[in-house]
Design a protein around this ligand. Structure first.
Ligand SMILES: N=C(N)NCCCC(=O)O
Ligand SMILES: [Zn+2]
Ligand SMILES: [Zn+2]
Length: 318
């Protein structure tokens, strides 16, 4: 039997320290199929800092999550063992060393991960880690920004560059890379040309509006096929009305309803890992952003629970 969250009929949900969704810690259950892990790191940002406080805020906001997901018809915490693996300690003064320790820590957790950031820099070591297990992965990247820029002030490892580095390193499958929710001013037309050259397809925020959630989801599913899939969600994919608490907000974004519905449309995909990044609580109001991020993370956990593969099952039984 899998150990689920603290029963909120026995212990009020506002009591005790916060783990994600009030789940047990990984060290309390010994093993997990899916682990939620925080990466409080924001030294890679180009504008407003503060995402280092994202994991704690998302855990706090996740106290109200309940164990059954009606949209996906799954009780994720019953179906598989989900646990909170705590935070990865990443050096705030040395980005290269932080990236190395995130990669090592991700490798060391024997479970599929839903990572809570942290700025988008952390996607690179997380992609390296999933690629080590599964080979180059398909990527669904939800973001206002391309994050395929080359360097900032000569620095290669930043929150605006992880997906270019991932392509260069061969850890992603260039036949199956998509951005969703892109919008806002760029540095120049060449940003789009270079992004296309790297292999990305783009569904803009306007595509979500005009083509709608169903068609967008169909396009994404076709592009992914049955490849191992990594889902990376920069919370700034949401409109600042739905996620003000982030470092580089852009007007004209998705609603949280649209994002959650697109995610639910991914049921059946072979998701091998996911992240929710760029929650910066200091700019938040009424926990809007951390509540949205906690629901996004809950949907990702639910999708991972649903897509438990036979090899995962056999490991679970052995
Ligand atoms: N929020 C992320 N990940 N990237 C933003 C980069 C924005 C910029 O280059 O101005
Ligand atoms: Zn972004
Ligand atoms: Zn981003």
């Amino acid at each position: 039997m899998n150990r689920g969250p603290v029963d909120s009929a026995q212990v009020p949900r506002f009591a005790g320290p916060a783990t994600f969704a009030r789940l047990p810690r990984l060290d309390e259950v010994g093993r997990a199929d899916v682990a939620v892990v925080g990466v409080p790191f924001d030294s890679g940002v180009s504008y407003r800092p503060g995402a280092r406080f994202g994991p704690a805020a998302v855990r706090e906001a996740s106290r109200l999550l309940r164990p059954y997901h009606p949209g996906l018809d799954v009780s994720p915490f019953e179906r598989v063992q989900v646990a909170d693996a705590g935070d990865i300690a990443a050096n705030p003064f040395d980005i290269a060393q932080a990236i190395e320790s995130i990669e090592e820590a991700a490798d060391a957790i024997d479970a599929r991960l839903v990572t809570i950031g942290g700025d988008h820099t952390i996607a690179l070591p997380l992609l390296r880690s999933v690629a080590r297990r599964h080979g180059p992965v398909a990527v669904l990247h939800f973001d206002a920004h391309l994050d395929t820029w080359d360097t900032y002030f000569g620095a290669e490892y930043t929150h605006g560059t992880p997906f270019r580095r991932a392509v260069e390193e061969g850890v992603v499958d260039t036949e199956a890379l998509s951005h969703v929710g892109i919008r806002g001013p760029l540095y120049g037309r060449k940003d789009l040309e270079e992004d296309r050259r790297l292999g990305f397809g783009i569904l803009t925020a306007a595509d979500v509006l005009y083509r709608g959630v169903r068609e967008v989801t169909d396009v994404l599913r076709r592009r992914v096929g049955d490849r191992p899939l990594y889902v990376s969600i920069d919370i700034d994919v949401l409109d600042p009305a739905h996620a003000p608490g982030t470092g580089t907000p852009e007007a004209g974004g998705l609603t949280s309803r649209e994002l959650l519905e697109i995610l639910r449309g991914l049921a059946g995909c072979r998701i091998v890992g996911a992240d929710v990044v760029e929650v910066a609580p200091a700019y938040d109001h009424a926990d809007i952003t951390s509540i949205a991020a906690s629901h996004v993370a809950y949907d990702l956990v639910s999708l991972l629970a649903l897509s438990q593969t036979p090899s995962d099952q056999s490991r679970e039984m052995s």
